[in-house]
Design a protein around this ligand. Sequence first.
Ligand SMILES: [Zn+2]
Ligand SMILES: [Zn+2]
Length: 396
Amino acid sequence: MWNWDQGRLDYFQFDNLKKIARYALAHDLRLTDRAALVAATGLPFLPDDGSYPPWRNYSRVFRLSMICAERGTVSAPTPLATLLASDGGITTDEYFHFLAEATTDPSPALTGWDHSAPLRYPLLFSLKFMLARAAIGVPTSDISEIIAAYNVSGFTGDEDQTDFITLINAGHDTPAGDRKSAGYRQSAESIQVIAQISYLSLDRRRVTVSLSNEDALNLFEQLSPITGQPLPGGADEVFRLTALFQSATSALELDYATTAVSDIEDSGFSAATTFAEGAKSRKTHLVIERNGKIREAFFKANPSAVCDFCGTDTSASYPWTSRILDVHHLLPLCSGARTSKQGTLLDDLVAVCPTCHRGVHRYYDGWLKGSGQKDFLDADQAKLVYNEAKQKYGAA
Ligand SMILES: [Zn+2]
Ligand SMILES: [Zn+2]
């Protein structure tokens, strides 16, 4: 099992990491007091106790997310923090794919870093395990199976598809008794963190890949460890890895061609900007909206046929069908689907009829263009703009 942090899933949410990164560019996370950090991020950073600076309880979040690393007695933001803090600088998918390719066991972000130890890539292994299964038509993996396969196989994560298929067919699972250990729970939480990738969805212990077999295989083949000569100092190594972000992702083609994004033009998602980052953000957003498992879970929890925007009951207008509704993702365009211990959160989704959906995205485009932004700043702003459109033009 690999070391991570456990019980801090909220702090690893992409939107929250962006807020922490913005703060880290202006303040030293190691020295910061709690009140200022709480005010800037809206996160609780408990306990509320003057004798416990946030660094004491949350430094693993800051370091494992590669937002900062120690430089002598202070902490300094990494190049990745600069990207996270910028408007549209990095999408959820780019960030979590990079984290998977750069996270090692042992980790330079944690104490006891030994740069000469053989490195394994547990998150890359997990992602490739899930993609290899999806490529052979088994889209769902149990987290306990992934962790057991990692432990039994000794794989680094860089093995090819044949190796993974052999491992998958062997069918390993973690015994129920071993799932209570702190090490297991840390490993499980790190997989829940990367479940924010747009084509993944989490249902308690199970992660589902919503990609065609071809896209899953294509992505599997593109993923590889961030390599080079590891540096002796853990912090230096974190800075080395985060400086490699650009070259890492320019090679990764996050297009999921056959799955979801062929009708960006049609959705009203093209007019506002010619920025490449804007286009990448929109793709992530649309992949979440087309994620079959998320859609299924949403309508299971909200079995209505009424459009949230115009109030049309689509089952009455089209009585030969149960509903004609799209799932719209309210969060900023570059945000992933947030996860909790229970699974992928559905509170950031609304059901709208296809016409309203197109209209809402055109409204977003116009709003962003008018305010000179490439993306919404955060979830609150995105929800505000949706509600503004709904109040002005939607159902009373
Ligand atoms: Zn509607
Ligand atoms: Zn939408």
